[in-house]
Design a protein around this ligand. Structure first.
Ligand SMILES: [Zn+2]
Length: 344
């Protein structure tokens, strides 16, 4: 039952789902499940973004690396650290998901808020992929915007449980880009790349620790930097049941996190592009719902700003039911994990 939705753009494509060996640990179906649910619940206008150009990719990634993803001839570091066995759809997925973040950035600059129902692949470096991240979508989008408007001030608010090492390395020394990251200090990636501001949280960080460390530093960073655009990486792996995040936020605390970001960023009138980041819950359906919840928070803000009725928070039970009917035998819980890089 599709409901009349709101006009906030939410970019997605059937190509966001790539083929992986059966039982692979990466929860690929969260992308199609959450997009379907967001569309059905009317949380946004789901739009196909198309594929990113080679020219845009080359502003961040080396031509050799881009070619290796096209052909499947991974370089040794990518082969060791990416964690996604090559398939033509791995390349296709990365092209579309990267374009989704570019499209969301343009839409946010025009409309105030927009989402990419994927993205936040912040471990990708110019010459290699790591931790399930093929292309660094946020970096490609920032370089694309800078090619049009060189002085645009862009802030990345990265609240995934893992540090965005690739993004930090790419923008080191770029005074027009501020990288703010709050993540577990002693977790993947083992070697951190300094960002503009890193908030290192303890293992199994609680809700109290998270908000007491993040809220004041994030506000101060926004006030000092005065960005023209924010990319918000709303990682779902901070959830208490995530397998890799090593944090202890409940679904409700995550909702308050996402609302906090929207409240401050949009409170200053700053355009905000929301992307997914990681999420590896014990149940894939739960991961899909947590990403959906982040989009709901963006939709809520969209409605508040326009005096519209806020849609109901999507029902978790119905989503889990829908996803468990899909193919329960393929659930990661019942399958053997493949070789895993330290994770995204
Ligand atoms: Zn992560």
């Amino acid at each position: 039952m599709k409901t009349d939705g709101i006009d906030m753009l939410a970019f997605s494509s059937p190509h966001y789902v790539a083929d992986l060996p059966r039982g692979h640990v990466f929860p690929m179906r969260k992308f199609s499940w959450s997009a379907t649910w967001i569309d059905r619940c009317g949380l946004g206008c789901v739009v196909e973004p198309g594929r990113v150009s080679r020219e845009a990719l080359h502003r961040v990634h080396t031509p050799d690396y881009v070619r290796s993803i096209e052909t499947g001839e991974y370089n040794p570091l990518t082969a060791l650290r990416l964690g996604l066995p090559w398939h033509p759809t791995i390349h296709r997925r990365a092209m579309h998901a990267t374009m989704g973040t570019i499209a969301a950035a343009h839409a946010a600059l025009r409309d105030g808020i927009a989402c990419n129902l994927a993205g936040g692949t912040h471990h990708a470096f110019p010459d290699r992929g790591e931790g399930f991240c093929v292309f660094n979508d946020v970096a490609v989008a920032i370089r694309e915007l800078q090619s049009i408007e060189p002085w645009l001030q862009v802030m990345v608010i990265d609240l995934d449980a893992h540090q965005g090492n690739g993004t930090h390395a790419i923008f080191r020394g770029d005074a027009n880009v501020m990288t703010y990251s709050a993540h577990v200090g002693r977790n993947y990636p083992s070697r951190k790349e300094p960002g503009t501001l890193d908030i290192e949280l303890s293992r199994m960080a609680s809700t109290d620790e998270f908000f007491s460390r993040v809220e004041p530093t994030m506000i101060e960073s926004i006030e000092l930097f005065e960005p023209d655009l924010v990319f918000y990486i709303a990682g779902a792996d901070v959830h208490e049941d995530d397998r890799f995040g090593q944090m202890k936020l409940s679904s409700r605390a995550m909702r308050e996190r996402d609302r906090m970001v929207m409240r401050y960023v949009r409170g200053w009138g700053i355009p905000c592009a929301v992307v997914y980041g990681g999420g590896y819950n014990r149940q894939q359906g739960m991961t899909a719902w947590l990403h959906t919840q982040a989009v709901w928070c963006a939709a809520e803000r969209w409605c508040i700003e326009r005096g519209l009725t806020v849609p109901d928070l999507p029902d978790l039970t119905m989503l889990v039911q829908m996803t468990s009917d899909d193919d329960p035998a393929d659930d990661v819980e019942t399958a053997q994990p493949q070789a895993l890089p330290a994770t995204a």
